[in-house]
Design a protein around this ligand. Structure first.
Ligand code: ZN
Length: 203
């Protein structure tokens, strides 16, 4: 039988993380209308609270020359994922667009993805390793235990260093958020900070 209650494992939260801007990239996962707008098909109610935090981070990143890479869930009609989630992020629809507040600017990069893992079937690894030559990834967006976690895990398996600010991610439940952070800390040896404001870019 499953226990009725469990003790939460400790998670290491770093007071501050300093990252060389020449090595860093920010990844904004799936901050699209279908997930982050109240009229979206798979709306995550906590996602809008992260928008201003992500905006602050990416503004600072751009100032420091740190690439800002968006992932965009992007499905064709009859994608097998619709059997799990119903239709969402359908190519070319409003739901698939990145929310207005975080619209990519010129110079930002958008990676359209098919699955939770932004490395699956995309150019992301080539882009990061061979073109941009970045090995420290600050990962934000939604959903924390789905696309954020799978992208963070996939990055860690490729030996990227990952940094996750708690106020830049969102999930459907507190449990899911905590479970994602636990995996980032324990399994993938990523660094967790409470806020995007605890990340500084210094050479
Ligand atoms: Zn999807």
């Amino acid at each position: 039988m499953l226990p009725q209650s469990i003790q939460l494992p400790e998670i290491t939260i770093h007071e501050k993380v300093s990252i060389d801007p020449a090595r860093a990239a920010v990844i904004v996962v799936d901050m699209q209308n279908d997930f982050a707008h109240p009229r979206g098909r798979l709306f995550v109610p906590d996602a809008p609270k992260t928008i201003a935090n992500i905006a602050r981070l990416i503004n600072r990143a751009r100032i420091h020359g740190v690439p800002v890479i968006y992932t965009q869930d992007w499905h064709m009609k009859e994608d097998p994922e619709f059997r799990i989630w119903g239709e969402h992020a359908v190519a070319g629809t409003w739901g698939a667009e990145i929310v207005d507040e975080l619209k990519p600017l010129e110079g930002d990069i958008v990676i359209k993805k098919l699955r939770y893992d932004a490395f699956y079937g995309t150019q992301l690894e080539h882009l990061l390793s061979r073109v941009l030559r970045r090995d420290v990834l600050i990962i934000t967006g939604t959903v924390a235990n789905i696309c954020v976690l799978h992208t963070a895990g996939s990055a860690a398996l490729r030996w990227f260093d990952i940094v996750v600010p708690i106020d830049g991610i969102s999930a459907l439940t507190q449990f899911d958020l905590y479970a994602a952070l636990r995996q980032v800390d324990f399994l993938y040896k990523g660094r967790i900070v409470r806020s995007v404001d605890n990340i500084e870019f210094t050479r």
